[in-house]
Design a protein around this ligand. Structure first.
Ligand code: BGC
Length: 451
């Protein structure tokens, strides 16, 4: 077993993350409205083997057991997401009290277990009724998101202080609206760009709503970030330009406006006009750049980029495989812990004083079924060590949330990719902590013993 990583500051927060559609199940219970994922999973061929999140981990009914697992793990905090259509079945208007009651009970159970609730307001399960009105392609969705934030802030804000607005707007834009491999399954390619602005505007409006409804709110956004790398054999000027273009789309499009109030140069994507053809209204960037208490960073692996092999690819880059033989997860993602150090150090040098404290809001890996998951321990130990190195190099990191507490519904892969510290048998709903659970428990216990 790899050695336990170095000492972290006493205030460092150890957590684990999940998301509503991936674990809750109870898809039609207690007045919940349909989300885009409830619709998407019913499309022929959309999800591997036709799996759905109808039941998932049945967390909606079994949450006390899951909170008991968190207590046993010694978690300081738990990042989960609220299902917008559980609270507002059509995304707006009448609140479903039973939906809000569920989150109320969950929050109380967490607090009783000594675990700080850290909800995310949107982890991709948009109410279907809002998608029918254009989804994130429509500016109105951003206003509805702000209103929803005010509803949950007013109900939970007496007990919940750390909030995350959006999860990975980049992945939602690209998988959900550009390529159509996630809900809502629209394949708009570069015409999906408005969903970036509208999600970010929604983030800004939700931030304001949380500040207005939650005393002492701490507000974050969770962005998927990747260090962009070049292969040894492709380091020409065109490759560097391709890498910069990819970095602009994946990282800067979502970090720059939030942290600096400006969009990056998107001319490589035909969006040279700073108002994006009138989409960005006066005052939007001020709303989006409202000061944050932290930047949530979700990291899985670096991305290798070259100049496009063919001029008709439609994109200013090609995504390629690295030449190094990195270990691979069952998702075939390369395991590259030093990518996380590079990423964090890079964020600090790019944004300087504009970078708020960083929180790793997701990091983890898919591994084969079974409880003897040594490869997951190696992954986690490597990445926790990578965080420690970034901190030694001056980056202000306040917490680490691993993805994920439980095996869950892994989007288009259904139940085939297992990210959990806890194995879930989906036929019986039996939960079995893995070796990585014990490893993380010991790590947290050792850090707490030094407090
Ligand atoms: C998402 C999670 C997902 C994980 C692994 C992240 O992009 O936020 O919902 O399960 O990656 O694919």
């Amino acid at each position: 077993m790899p050695p336990l990583p170095l000492t972290f500051p006493a205030s460092f927060v150890w957590g684990a993350s999940t998301a509503a559609y991936q674990i809750e199940g109870a898809a039609e219970e207690d007045g919940k409205g349909p989300s885009v994922w409830d619709s998407f999973v019913r499309r022929e061929g959309a999800v591997r083997d036709g799996h759905t999140g109808d039941v998932a981990c049945d967390h909606y009914h079994r949450f006390p057991q899951d909170v008991a697992l968190m207590r046993r793990l010694g978690l300081d905090a738990y990042r989960f997401s609220l299902s917008w259509p559980r609270v507002l079945p059509t995304g707006e208007g009448a609140v479903e009290p039973r939906g809000l009651d569920f989150y109320d009970r969950l929050v109380d159970a967490l607090l009783a277990a000594g675990v700080d609730p850290t909800p995310t307001l949107f982890h991709w399960d948009l109410p279907q009724a809002l998608e029918d009105g254009g989804g994130w392609m429509a500016r109105e969705t951003a206003y509805r998101f702000g209103e929803y934030a005010a509803v949950v802030g007013a109900r939970l804000g007496d007990r919940v202080k750390r909030w995350i607005t959006l999860n990975e707007p980049f992945v939602h834009m690209s998988f959900g609206y550009a390529f159509g491999v996630h809900a809502p399954g629209r394949a708009l390619m570069l015409d999906a760009l408005p969903t970036a602005h509208h999600q970010l505007l929604g983030h800004g409006l939700a931030t304001a709503a949380l500040r207005a409804t939650v005393p002492d709110a701490q507000v974050l956004i969770a962005n998927n970030c990747t260090p962009v790398r070049l292969r040894q054999d492709a380091r020409g000027e065109a490759d560097r330009a391709a890498a910069a273009a990819y970095d602009a789309l994946h990282n800067r499009l979502f970090n720059d406006p939030v942290l600096t109030g400006r969009y990056p140069d998107l001319s490589a994507y035909g969006a040279a006009d700073p108002s994006w053809g009138g989409l960005v209204h006066e005052g939007d960037l001020e709303t989006i750049a409202a000061p944050l208490d932290g930047l949530g960073v979700n990291y899985y692996n670096p991305t290798w980029i070259t100049a496009p092999a063919s001029p008709d690819s439609g994109l200013p880059f090609d995504m390629v495989e690295p030449e190094e033989a990195y270990p691979r997860t069952t998702f075939d993602w390369p395991v590259v812990p030093d990518g996380l150090t590079d990423l964090l150090v890079g964020l600090a040098s790019r944004y300087g004083a504009a970078l708020p404290p960083v929180w790793i809001t997701e990091n983890g890996c898919a591994q084969p079924a079974g409880v003897d998951d040594r490869a997951r321990i190696d992954y986690l130990a490597g990445h926790v060590g990578a965080v420690a190195q970034a901190m030694e190099r001056g980056v202000d990191v306040r917490g680490y949330f691993t993805w994920s507490l439980l095996d869950n519904f892994e989007w288009a892969e259904g139940y085939h990719q297992r990210f959990g510290l806890v194995e879930v048998d989906f036929a019986t709903q039996r939960r079995t902590p893995r070796a990585s659970f014990e490893w993380y428990r010991e790590l947290i216990a050792a850090q707490k013993a030094r407090r």
